[in-house]
Design a protein around this ligand. Structure first.
Ligand SMILES: Cc1cc2nc3c(=O)[nH]c(=O)nc-3n(C[C@H](O)[C@H](O)[C@H](O)COP(=O)(O)OP(=O)(O)OC[C@H]3O[C@@H](n4cnc5c(N)ncnc54)[C@H](O)[C@@H]3O)c2cc1C
Ligand code: FES
Length: 278
């Protein structure tokens, strides 16, 4: 069992949990994820490693409450324990001194980008971080991000913080002005990553995206997490989760993400119904 050491609600429906998992903490690297089960009957869900501490043997995950399992996870507290916490899984982010790196994050992915920003900064890069949210109340960890970024740009859909607009706009302007950006890493909802890749493609800037397909086993055996990259089938769990955003077949990916929407809705209705004992 994997005890929950601390919990904090960062913004409504987004929480950070610190989990006692020394073996995962020892090997964790930026860009990797874990697959957890809330209890023995629970489904497996992947969450990115947002932080880790090898001395205390803990790993932090930040999750957004969207469906059955994340709702069940949100009902737990300090003293509860997870049945499984497997990781670190996936390939770490490629970290080297590229020059200027632009990191783009949408929604809960602010947490995902944090270890990447820290590692890129430590490798000597000039780090530009762009974080987008619907409004100011959904922003978190700005202080942590600005500590590891040379420039932190906030965008909100309604203009309540930072500049009004979407995350792709600041980078498009920089590229149009002729500023050098050597690499972009975009993490967030599929639509945001797709448009990040479309924005940088005409400028030939390599753009890495962290794919978030539905996963089951996390070992490359079930085939659930397949992604078409350059016309070839790749598995996000073992070949990814990061891929070249310019090579992804975004339309087929986004269609696959919608496969179980009706089942997910029904499952959530049962989960939220107290008589169901969920
Ligand atoms: C490698 C990887 C890392 C991830 N890291 C994080 C993270 O750090 N924090 C976090 O909050 N979530 C993360 N996710 C997404 C997370 O796994 C899903 O939100 C979770 O599985 C939903 O489970 P559920 O039963 O609560 O909701 P479900 O009932 O399964 O789904 C509810 C809604 O969320 C959508 N959804 C389900 N799975 C995904 C997914 N993989 N990506 C996008 N939308 C999805 C569904 O289409 C549906 O609309 C990650 C996914 C992957 C593959
Ligand atoms: S989750 Fe099964 S192959 Fe990737």
């Amino acid at each position: 069992m994997y005890p929950i050491i601390s919990t904090e609600e960062l913004v409504p429906r987004v929480r950070v949990y610190r989990i006692q998992a020394p073996r995962v903490a020892r090997k964790a690297a930026a860009g990797q994820f874990v697959i957890l089960r809330v209890n023995e009957k629970g489904e497996r869900i992947p969450l990115t490693i947002a932080d880790w501490d090898t001395t205390e043997g803990t790993v932090s995950v930040v999750f957004m409450e969207v469906g059955t399992t994340t709702t069940r996870l949100a009902r737990l507290g300090v003293g509860d324990a997870l049945a499984d916490f497997v990781g670190p899984l996936g390939n770490p982010t490629e970290i080297e001194n590229f020059g200027t790196v632009c990191l783009m994050a949408g929604g809960f992915a602010t947490a995902t980008i944090m270890p990447i920003a820290r590692a890129m900064k430590a490798a000597g890069n000039r780090v530009i971080t762009v974080v987008g949210a619907r409004n100011k109340d959904l922003l978190f960890w700005q202080d942590r991000l600005s500590a590891v970024s040379d420039e932190l740009i906030i965008t909100t859909d309604d203009g309540s913080a930072g500049r009004k607009g979407v995350v792709t706009e600041p980078i498009k302007e920089k590229l149009e002005r002729g500023e050098t950006i050597d690499r972009v890493i975009a993490v967030g909802p599929s639509i945001m990553m797709k448009f990040s890749a479309l924005t940088t493609r005409p400028f030939g800037v390599k753009t890495i995206v962290s794919m978030n397909p539905i996963m089951i086993d996390g070992t490359g055996m079930c085939g659930c997490c397949r992604v078409s990259v350059d016309g070839q089938t790749r598995f996000a769990c073992v070949d990814g989760p990061e891929f070249d955003g310019h090579a992804i077949d975004w339309d087929s990916f986004m269609a696959r993400q919608r496969t179980y929407i009706e089942e997910e809705k029904r499952s959530l209705e049962v989960c939220r119904c107290p008589e169901a004992g969920a």
